[in-house]
Each structure stands twice: as C-alpha cells, then as structure tokens.
Design a protein around this ligand. Sequence first.
Ligand SMILES: NC(=O)c1ccc[n+]([C@@H]2O[C@H](COP(=O)([O-])OP(=O)(O)OC[C@H]3O[C@@H](n4cnc5c(N)ncnc54)[C@H](O)[C@@H]3O)[C@@H](O)[C@H]2O)c1
Length: 348
Amino acid sequence: MAKPRKIRCAVIGLGMGRHHAQNYASCPESELYALCDVDQKRLKPFAEQMGVKKTYTNVEDLAADKKVDAVSVALPNFLHAPISIMMLEAGKHVMCEKPMAMTVEEAQAMEKAARKSGRKFMMHFNTRFSPASFFIKSLVQKGLLGEVYHARTIWHRRQGIPGAGSWFTLKEKSGGGPLIDLGVHRIDLALWLMGHPKPVAVSGATFAKFGPKLAGTAGKSFTVEDFASGYVRFENGATLSLETSWASFCERREDMSTMIFGDKGGAEHCNLGEGYDMGVKLIQNVDGQQKVEVFKTMPPPNENAQSHFVHCIQKNRAPMASAKHGVFVQKILNGLYESAETGREVRM
Ligand SMILES: NC(=O)c1ccc[n+]([C@@H]2O[C@H](COP(=O)([O-])OP(=O)(O)OC[C@H]3O[C@@H](n4cnc5c(N)ncnc54)[C@H](O)[C@@H]3O)[C@@H](O)[C@H]2O)c1
C-alpha cells in the first residue's frame, strides 16, 4: 500500500508557535509548509531558520491557500476564536493554543464550527504530553487510586508577570491573568486525570497585589489578576480546588502540583525542583503502613501534541484533547472569574 502523503501544516503566531513549527518539522508524517505572523521581524528569520518558503503576514491569505491541510493557532487569546473558526470554515484542521477562547460562547462556537466542518480540532493542552502526565494517568487507569473524589491543583510563580502592558496583562486581550494563562493547564490536567466529570458549580476569588504597582511604575496598564483561587463541584460529587499566581510569596520559583485523592491511594504530579522537571509521587497503604514512591524518570510518550494531531488527521482518529474538553475548561475559567466578581458561587 502507498504511504499516505505528509500533512501540510502551517503555524500562525510565532512566539509559542515556534515550538509547534519545530514539532511539525520533526514529525515524519507532516511537513512544515507555511508560517504566518504580522511581525516580519519574527517571520523572516524564523522562516529562514526552518527552511520554510511559504510565508504570510495576513491570515486571510493563509486561509485561501488550498495546499494547507492543518494550522496551529498560536495567537494572543482574543484571536483564538475568530481565527480558528475562519480556518475551520476554510477547510483546515485546527490545533488551538490554550486557553480555547475568551468566553464560553466563543468556545462553544468553535466546537460547533469544528463539528460542522468535519475537520479535526485539537486543544494544545500540552501539559498532558509529558512522561509524568502519561505515567500518573496510567496509575489512575490501573485503579491504584480507587474512586477519585478530589483533586488539588496549583501553579504558583514567585516572580513571573509576563510583560506589563503587553496583551497578557490586558483583560480585553487575554481574558485574565494567571488563572487563564497557567491555571488552564492545571485544570485541564486535573479534569483529564479525573475522567472529565461535568462541572456544575464554581466559586473563585482573584487578587492583584503586585501587577498594578509593577506596571504603574513603567507607565503601563495591568487589568488582570496576579493570583486566583477556586473551588469546583462536579456532577458526580467530586471536587477540585486550585490556586495559581504570576507573583506571590511562594518559596519556589515555579511551584506546580496536581494531587489526586482516591479511596485506595493518592498520586501527585509535581515539579521536583524549581523548574519544569516533573515527577510523580504515589501514596498508598500497604499492610497498614504508608508507602510513598517517588518516580523521577518515566517512559517518554510516543507522541508529542503536534505529532498526535497529525496522526489523528492521517488515521481519522479523534484527538485526545478535544473541543469538548476545551469547553469544560472554559466554563470553569469564566465561572471562576464571574464568581470572583460577584462574590457568589456560580452554578452551570
Ligand atoms: N501551551 C503552552 O505551554 C503555551 C506557552 C506560551 C504561550 N501559550 C499560548 O500561545 C499563545 C501565544 O502566546 P505567545 O507567548 O506566543 O505570545 P506572543 O505575543 O509572544 O506571540 C504572538 C504572536 O502572534 C503574532 N500576531 C498577533 N496578531 C496576529 C495576527 N492577526 N496575525 C498573525 N500574527 C499575529 C504576533 O506578532 C506575535 O508574534 C497564547 O494563547 C498563549 O496562551 C501557550
């Protein structure tokens, strides 16, 4: 049988998008075919570095290029929904960066556009694509934790406010601060490990203790939170608590953890040092004694997010981070912001 042709991929937005591009270029089943960015200073040198001939400075021209099979949308958050929908309507398969959108309505419109187009849509929930994430998922799947009834997830940064006055710190462009930027990854991971129970109620609080002062001294605006906390109730009775910050008096530079509590055991997905070196702890009771195992090296996954997306297109499979998963996370994010604003629990 003839080998299927390579999937021709394009990337829009060349900040985080460079990572997507590198993964498409190194996947044997895809070709990094085109790049798009309004900023020529980013576009030209990166296209040269990657040996990509097709470059675009506007998304309409890219959408009209019939040779493009699939695109990664790695743009500022307020552009995720309109440009993902434009690409789906132009017949492209779409991988969208996190967060899915700014509002639940936008996320649902994206889910609808994906369904209508018959194309693949995948969320770039790349936290799932790591040795530690696949390993902790396998512990849950093997039943080592028993019935999972609660998760606690955090991502704190001691000092990590992204460019004050950039789109990241403006609510109308980002949708929010660390909750939508970092919390989104941890919420997705917790939902995935818990088997995606349906969220029914959320309660949240947000704070901005450092960002406004920092931005103010530079004459810039800061209209998002720099710390958020929240609590989520699910239809099956399970619960999730979370905390996230871009700046806080936490001990470590990065503090990441997702702890899953089951009736037979507990497991934690966490960074083992100050950075992104993720490990897993398994806490069990063996013959009446507490047993804690720490796993530092785990088998690497067979695919990264981009090669998984490409294989799903080629083999007509459903991507493991679906539009529906994106909508669940969006409901939690926007519900938490609404709750923080109103001071009340938000029911869905
Ligand atoms: N998954 C992750 O681990 C991860 C990490 C970082 C960022 N992100 C996400 O990636 C997205 C982009 O973040 P970033 O850090 O790369 O931001 P960035 O500002 O560094 O890059 C965005 C790029 O988009 C370009 N751009 C803006 N408007 C455009 C348009 N209309 N058409 C074409 N290009 C346009 C800009 O010129 C810029 O180069 C965000 O949604 C962010 O949340 C994800």
